[in-house]
Structures are given as structure tokens and as C-alpha cells.
Design a protein around this ligand. Sequence first.
Ligand SMILES: Nc1ncnc2c1ncn2[C@@H]1O[C@H](COP(=O)(O)OP(=O)(O)O)[C@@H](O)[C@H]1O
Ligand SMILES: [Mg+2]
Length: 631
Amino acid sequence: MTILKKIENFREEEERLKWEGTFADYLELLKEKPWVAQTAHSRVYNMIKDAGVEEANGKKEYSFFKDQLYGVEESLEKLVEEYFHSAAKRLDVRKRILLLMGPVSGGKSTLVTMLKRGLEQYSKTDNGAVFAIKGCPMHEDPLHLIPNHLRKDFQDEYGIKIEGNLSPLNMMRVEEEYGGRIEDVLVERIFFSEDKRTGIGTFSPSDPKSQDIADLTGSIDFSTIAEYGSESDPRAYRFDGELNKANRGMMEFQEMLKCDEKFLWHLLSLTQEGNFKAGRFALISADELIVAHTNESEYKSFISNKKNEALHSRIIVMKVPYNLKVSEEERIYKKMIQDSDLSHVHIAPHALKVAAIFTILTRLKEPAKQGVDLLKKMRLYDGESVEGFNTQDLEELKNEDPDEGMSGIDPRYVINRISSAIIRKQLTSINALDVLRSIKEGLSEHASISKEDRERYLDFISVARKEYDSIAKKEVQKAFVYSYDESAKTLMDNYLDNVEAYCNKNKLRDPLTGEEMTPDEKLMRSIEEQIGISENAKKAFREEILIRISAYARKGKKFDYNSHERLREAIQKKLFADLKDIVKITTSTKTPDESQLKKVNDVIARLIDEHGYNSVSANELLRYVGSLLNR
Ligand SMILES: Nc1ncnc2c1ncn2[C@@H]1O[C@H](COP(=O)(O)OP(=O)(O)O)[C@@H](O)[C@H]1O
Ligand SMILES: [Mg+2]
């Protein structure tokens, strides 16, 4: 579909969704779709739920967050269940400000933005539809029109509980525009939009001295006072503060704890009582989710201030810690790179993983559990199996320290270091070592890292580097063995022929000359030694293989390269040992001969075709592995 067609479709869709009618029509509609009268909190919860919830091993995973937030499922479950779900049921948490607390660049803003964009979309669906009094700057809930003394009857008839009072402006409009007939008041469907300031707001305190409460609660429009005669005429008031505009939806409160107290009290009254004071009017009812975010140190200094004591119990703090899984951290980097202007640069395989290993290590707390070190913990957290530990151990480890994940290196730092390496060195390709080097260089410039942490972090860089060494060796080995599948087969057949002759005390026949030969002990040992089979154990090993072969034969199965795991490993290692010599030559000054050169080129081609390298990074890898082998 062309973009013009899409634009047209979009416009048609918007037209189709529009609805306008009288309050009487709206009441009819409510009979059919009572959920449209739900509270803001309930709408947010249903939005998350409607996107899909997967349950596995007693843990919930919400599809709503899946595209953008990785590896923090447990915190999200807590947030959704303990806050949104309870708030949707009108439990007391709804009356508290939601404060997301987490380390820098840990995804707090991302989370809030997802909720905002999600609500905009959700308000266009049937389940998320929202209706409001037409022409009201606060898109007031039409049910506020029902007078207090009739609300009990309304609830009996419709099963819907009404909270909040009609605003002074609409009270006046009902009289002036509709002659007091509430059933005639026009109601329309609204669509949340932060750009159009409908149902979604963001408040970000500027300089505390010049900060004006009007940004939050609206202000008198002096130009209209003459027309309406008085400051207390609601028509002379602009209900255009962030709290007004976010009514029915949500408001993000940035830097809440840096804000002047008087702002906080407005918020508290709003969350607590469902209303706030604006101008010279009676309290104004509003129904909205207020989300603020902060980091831990800011929060700590906030609660240690006696002045704020009364506020504590009115705020619900939800932790948003860092992700602690290496593979998810790698995904985070990939996403951030895709969203940046680095996406054209070739990033060698494992470069991001190695960076992630470093990052996760900085976030983990030293395990108290017996027999677990930081690396093992890291592997367990990432879902790898570690010998001697099970899922229960994993849970225990996770519960050791509630502060785990609240500190360490943030993802943005890593991305910045990658991009600075690329820009500074004008690279078109970057590998794991470049990344680690750049991360290391950055540590000394990083202002907020203590000397102690820096020492620890330098250690982690070495650990990550060692991990990379082993990954790199394996990678080359794999590429080499695969491109020599044939050689592997030949080598194995050769070995098996010899083993058979050895066990049966037979001679072998040379295929060319037909001459009889004794089994080639040197060849067999060169393979067996690869997996540590001693001279004493060789006989048992060879017999075991022979038994395996005959067991296969009896079942009519072919014994091949993959039929015996240890044998396969031995063959691969033997081939790799041969490769070592070749790789060593490529990194030494000696010029390789033609057949060696061909082998090297085959490995490089394999790395490029099958393992995601380009020619620069494949050559770098080979050279690096060569230098490791030369040590
Ligand atoms: N768990 C995570 N999953 C996916 N992306 C993340 C995660 N944590 C951080 N990020 C990414 O890191 C960057 C900084 O996150 P941000 O939401 O601005 O953090 P905060 O507001 O907590 O400082 C964003 O690009 C964000 O997408
Ligand atoms: Mg942020």
C-alpha cells in the first residue's frame, strides 16, 4: 500500500470512529457497553491485559511491554499486579502517586512512554473507548452530569459507580447552553493524544523559582474578565494546565522530587481525593493516573527530609531495576543501535554480547550462596544450565539482595562508548575488543564511578575479555571444522578402521598397494589424546566404540560422525590442532603455502557466509585467535 493510500485509510478510520450524541444517547450506549465508563486506572490495566498475557512457571509476561522492554518481566509483573490491577479494582493504591524508582537509563521513561502511546492507540479501540462532555477543556466524564442525589439510583440501574463532581464550568454551561436539561448535553467520543493535549500530559518542572502552578492547574484568562465580569466566572478561567488536560488518562511527572512542595500537595489532593484546587473555584474533580520517576539517591534524600514525611505514605514506589540477563542486554543494545545513526556500521558477532557480559557483571551482587561465583550467577540468571544448580537455587540467588540491579553500568553508557569508538577511529566495522577497549577508556572519564567501583569494573573487563577469548576460539574452530566436514569424515573413518583392526587383532590393507599394515597407533593416539584418554584407558575406549558400532549395525543404523559425542569432540579438536598451525602461520611473518592459504580463505568465507562476519571482522578474528594460540 502506498503511503498516500495509508493516509487516506487512516482518515477514514478516524471518521468512522467518531461518535456524538446527547447525554440520553450516551446512557443508551452505556447499557450496551458499560466498560466505557471505567476509571483511568482501570483503562490502563485493561489496555495492558488486552494486549495479551502469557503465563509460564507461575510468572506472567505481558505482550504490551515485549517490544521495548527486555529482561525486566518480574518488575513489570509486580507493577501491573500490585499497582495497576489493584488500582483498577478501586483499591487504595489508586489514591497514591505511582513513583517509578530505578537507576539511570534503566527504562523508566521508556516504560512511561509506552503507557502514553499505548493509551493513544487503546482509546481508538472498542475496549478502550472514552467519552466526554463535548466542548469541555478537561473532557469531563459525562456521568458527572448526574446529580448527587440520583447517583445511587443510577448505580442500581447501570451497575456503575460515579465518582467526582461536575466542574464549575460545565455546571454553568448546563444552565446557559442547555437550559438545565442534562439529558440534552452533547457527549462525544474522544481520542487520547499527547500532541493534541487530550488525556495525556507531561509535566516537567523548570527553574523552581519561575515555576508557575498554573502550568499544572490552569489560570485566569485576564483578557476575558471584562467580558464575564468576574475572576470567579469559570468561563474566564483557562483549564489548560497539565492536570486538566490529562484528565481521564495519564500524566507523567518528570523530576517530581525536584519540584517545589506546593506542586506535590496539589498532586496529593488529586490522587487522594480525586480533585484539585484551581483558581477561585470549588474543587475540580479529575480522574487520571499520575506517574513520576526518580533515581534512588534522589528518592533517599527526599525521604530523609522531615518536611516530606506526610508525603511518604501517599506515594507508592515501584522499583524499575536494570535487566540482569546477558542475552536480553544484548537485545537492548541492538534495539538502541537500530534506533541510532550507527545502524550502518558492521558490528562483529559477539561484540555486543561481550559488552553485555561486562555490564551485567557490574550490576550483580556478589553471591552469598556456597559454590556460586559471579560468572556462574550471571550464567544462571541468563537461563543457562550450570552444573550442580537448579531453578530453586536461581530463585534463592535472586532473593539474596533486594538492591541488586539498582546500580552498575547503564546501557546508554555502552552505546555511547561504541559510538565514540566508531566516530573517533572512523571505523566501518567494530569488534568485541574495540568495544571493550572503548568501555575501559571511558571508565576514567565517567564522573559518577567511585575509585573502588572503577577497580572492580576493570576486573570485569578482564573477565569479559577472557570470555571473549574462549568464544572466539570456539567460533574459529567451528568454522574450520564445518568447512572440513569432509576431512572430519575421512579422519573418523580412518580412525575406526584402525580401531576395528586393533580390537580384532587384525591387519589393515593399504587401499593403494594392497599391502598389509599393523594398526596406526600414532594416528589413534593423536586423536584420543585430544580428549584426555590415557594410555591405560585406550583399550577400553576403543572397545566401547566398537560395541557402539555393532549396536548401531544391529538396529540397521549407520554409525557416523555424530553418533559418539566424545569421539566427535576428539576429531574436532584434532582438526583444530591442525588448524592452529595454519592460523599461527597466518599471523607470523612466514608466507603460507598455497594449500594453507586456501584453508584460511575457506574459514574466512565460512565466517562471512554463515556466522555474520564481514571480511574485515573475519580477518580480525582469525588474526586474534592466531595470537591467542601463539601465546
Ligand atoms: N530493560 C530494558 N529493555 C529495553 N530497553 C532498555 C531497558 N533499559 C533501558 N533501555 C534502553 O535504554 C535507554 C535509556 O532508557 P530510559 O527509558 O531513557 O531510562 P530512564 O528513564 O530510566 O533513565 C532507552 O533507549 C531504553 O530503550
Ligand atoms: Mg528518563
